[in-house]
Design a protein around this ligand. Structure first.
Ligand code: PA5
Length: 471
């Protein structure tokens, strides 16, 4: 069947085309039967009911788009920050960084930090940085850029737990630098952390040292927090329309309000991915044909891996499940990993993201306006937008013809509402996938173990170093 699944919510614009995951398109040995997807309807309905029951209590991410009060506070703070800085720096890691990076990559000018500050495309925003590593070479290089301008820099320290070694070490460094420069850290640091001072040391410091602070809701985990202050503040400082971002997310959330696999694209996506994993397609590639969405794919990898990569199921049995997410970008990776995707092991499902209008602000770029060689006329007379679209279509057909399951998520353009939809789509999909795998998609015991061992190795009181670490 050659039919897009056009979803019926009026404000949602994402279209999922799953025709190339079925046996009639890619062959019986590789594709699904539609009946297999339909057969999951009962289980999906069950998880959907459970999600609805826990929504707003244990599970907070679907509620984030509706927090208008927070959005207002973020906008106000962002206006004030924009007026007094040339650099805005996010200090955070994992779910406290990847959302901000995805938003910045998608919605700000690709060369934002290089544009002259008065350029219209900068939208009056400071330069934006996200420092999500403790590599000393990176830190030193970052300081080369920012230290001379400390008095025109604002830092947003984001850590839900308020204790992560990477972020807290960056916080200590920055506070120290500011103090040594005679600057008041409380004027130059904004915190985003758990609202409960009993849980977050950083929250206690906000109270003791007078930092402005935003909350990370207790029922929202790091990788689900991009639509909270975690992602919204840097977005608003960058001039992103956060109301549109949230509206897009709300539109998708509403579309996901049904368990009907023909109407809820996230549930259908989860069901397809789950079934294909069961057939040995355990690598889930997200490949946007858009440089702007490249970082969305990184965000997706964390969301997918930390949520679904689990040792135990809900009953405590060892299951060792989880598809392996991989980020790719079109067209770049057509000349890299695509060879493997087409001719290597039959272990992948590839999600392409198609952006109908991939231009910057609506103007396509002609390839050539003058004469060209005859052999190159097919290019010279065209545009980069048309070339990109042709390459995506070529990839989709090549994957199909090589019996590789692939889906396409089509959006009209990259903008705040569309990005909000995509965030919410994947978050609902991963929550539903957790149900299908029978695991808890909202914890991350492996990440926590790494944190605890790091504390031990660094000599934090109350923590032991792991055996045989040899540091
Ligand atoms: O998604 C998650 O929960 C993790 O990736 C966290 O975001 C990451 O470990 C950072 O934690 P925190 O925000 O507590 O510093």
């Amino acid at each position: 069947m050659n039919k897009d699944q056009v979803m019926n919510a009026p404000r949602s614009v994402l279209v999922m085309n799953d025709e190339n995951v079925y046996a009639d398109a890619i062959g019986a040995g590789h594709g699904l039967q539609r009946a297999e997807v339909a057969a999951l309807a009962g289980r999906v309905a069950e998880f959907h009911r459970a999600l609805r029951a826990q929504r707003g209590a244990d599970i907070g991410f679907p509620e984030l788009p509706y927090d208008a009060a927070l959005a207002g506070q973020v906008r106000t703070a962002a206006d004030e920050i924009r007026a007094r800085c040339d650099n805005f720096v996010v200090l955070g890691i994992g779910g406290s960084a990847l959302g901000a990076i995805a938003v910045h990559g998608a919605l700000n000018h690709p060369f934002h930090n290089l544009l002259p500050s008065g350029h219209a495309a900068r939208r009056g925003a400071p330069r934006l940085f996200v420092l999500d590593n403790v590599d000393p070479a990176l830190i030193a290089a970052f300081l080369d850029v920012v230290e001379p301008e400390l008095d025109r820099t604002v830092f947003n320290v984001i850590t839900k737990s308020g204790s992560t070694a990477e972020t807290m070490s960056q916080f200590l460094m920055v506070r120290d630098l500011l103090r040594r420069r005679g600057l008041d850290p409380a004027e130059r640091i904004v915190l985003t952390t758990d609202p409960d001072p009993k849980r977050s040391l950083l929250r206690r410091m906000a109270q003791d040292e007078g930092y402005a602070a935003f909350p990370v809701p207790a029922n929202v985990g790091g990788r689900f927090s991009v639509l909270s202050a975690v992602g919204l503040l840097s977005a608003a400082v960058g001039g992103v329309d956060v109301d549109a971002l949230l509206a897009g997310a709300a539109a998708m959330d509403q579309r996901c309000g049904t368990a009907d696999l023909d109407a809820n694209p996230a549930a259908r996506y989860a069901a397809i991915q789950y079934l294909l994993d069961g057939k040995g397609k355990s690598i889930s590639v997200l490949m946007p044909y858009s440089s702007a969405l490249r970082r969305l794919a990184d965000w997706y990898c964390q969301l997918w891996a930390e949520s679904l990569g689990k040792r135990q199921d809900l009953a405590g049995h060892d299951v060792f499940v989880g598809p392996t997410p991989v980020a790719s970008v079109g067209v770049t990776d057509q000349h890299s990993v695509m060879q493997l995707y087409q001719d290597g092991p039959f272990d992948k499902v590839i999600t392409l993201v198609e952006v109908e209008d991939a231009t910057l602000g609506g103007a396509d770029v002609p390839i050539c306006t003058g004469d060209s060689e005859e052999e190159l006329a097919y290019l010279a007379q065209s545009t980069f937008g048309k070339l990109l679209a042709a390459e995506l279509a070529a990839t989709r057909c090549a994957l199909r013809d090589k019996h590789r399951p692939n889906l396409t998520l089509r959006v009209p353009r990259v903008g705040p509402a569309v990005l909000g939809e995509l965030f919410m789509f994947f978050e609902h999909a991963v929550a539903c996938s957790g149900g299908l795998y029978g695991i808890n998609p909202f914890d991350q015991p492996g990440v926590e173990l790494g944190k605890v061992y790091t504390y031990g190795l660094m000599g934090r009181e109350g923590y032991d170093a792991p055996r045989g670490a040899g540091v």
